[in-house]
Design a protein around this ligand. Structure first.
Ligand SMILES: Nc1ncnc2c1ncn2[C@@H]1O[C@H](COP(=O)(O)OP(=O)(O)O)[C@@H](O)[C@H]1O
Ligand SMILES: [Mg+2]
Length: 254
């Protein structure tokens, strides 16, 4: 079953066609990657799917419901969660509190309370705290729970972000360059975590620059070039595609 269906979506910024007539689908229980050179339109595509941008044309459906035109909040409430290419953690809050904010995405009042750091009821707080800690433990960062989020190392902050995205218990998780800025060991750890997240039943759509990571963990790969889809297949097939090799893998020769 396809959890996500993207049909012929396009987005223009002034004179720039950032995403052009892109269609693809993501099967439930799989890891799908979107790759392509810088500026290919990957983040724009994620913004279109998660409601941060509205497509000029085309359709996006998630769990068979049309979601284009919905707000990011509404889409998150349906079970689609995301991380950002640039970390967006709340400062002056602990790692745990940041993860708890993610948990509150299903209730607007709770979400706003989390953003503003307002008190929750005790019962609610205990439930949310317990669940957030469980997810941090699952990702191996429970010992960091009480540290101020923005005082953590870059790699740790990335994992807190991942925990926050998972805290709403999404069925589809969008990860925008989760390994950007990480060293080799941290990248390998992140790959393992993404596999664990998939094994937990969460479908994953990932934008990533690290080719080895993408080849290792993805079931299927979409390749974008100048906003257009040029390939959509299994990793080994994509890797051998002459068009892909020319526009993407040949990037270093340019
Ligand atoms: N909000 C925006 N306004 C104008 N241009 C944008 C905006 N967001 C992205 N772009 C442009 O759209 C193109 C695709 O960007 P982006 O989706 O961020 O690419 P990628 O994530 O693949 O590196 C780039 O040329 C970028 O400069
Ligand atoms: Mg990007």
């Amino acid at each position: 079953m396809n959890l996500l269906e993207v049909q012929n979506i396009s987005k223009r910024f002034g004179g720039l066609q950032a995403v052009k007539d892109v269609s693809f689908s993501v099967r439930q229980g799989t890891i799908k990657a979107v790759i392509g050179p810088n500026g290919a339109g990957k983040t724009t595509l994620f913004n279109l799917v998660s409601g941060f941008l509205t497509p000029d044309s085309g359709a996006v459906s998630f769990k068979n419901a049309e979601i284009h035109g919905m707000s990011p909040f509404e889409i998150a409430g349906l079970g689609l969660s995301r991380t950002f290419q640039h970390i967006k953690l709340f400062s002056r809050m602990t790692a745990l509190e940041n993860v708890m904010v993610g948990r509150h995405v299903r209730s607007r009042a709770g979400f706003v309370a989390g953003m503003l750091n307002l008190p929750w009821t005790r019962q609610e707080d205990r439930e949310v705290r317990g669940r957030a800690l469980e997810i941090m433990d699952f990702l191996g960062i429970a010992p960091l729970a009480d540290s101020e989020a923005t005082s953590l190392s870059y790699g740790q902050q990335r994992t807190v972000e991942l925990a926050r995205a998972l805290a709403s218990e999404p069925s589809l998780l969008l990860l925008d360059e989760p390994a950007a800025g990480l060293n080799m060991r941290e990248t390998a750890d992140t790959a393992k975590l993404i596999g664990k997240i998939r094994d937990r039943g969460v479908t994953v759509l990932i934008v990533e620059h690290d080719m080895q990571l993408v080849m290792n963990i993805s079931d299927e790969i979409v390749v974008l070039s100048y906003g257009e889809k040029i390939a959509d297949d299994r990793p080994l097939t994509v890797q051998k595609d002459p068009h892909v090799i020319r526009v993407y893998l040949g990037e270093d020769d340019a």
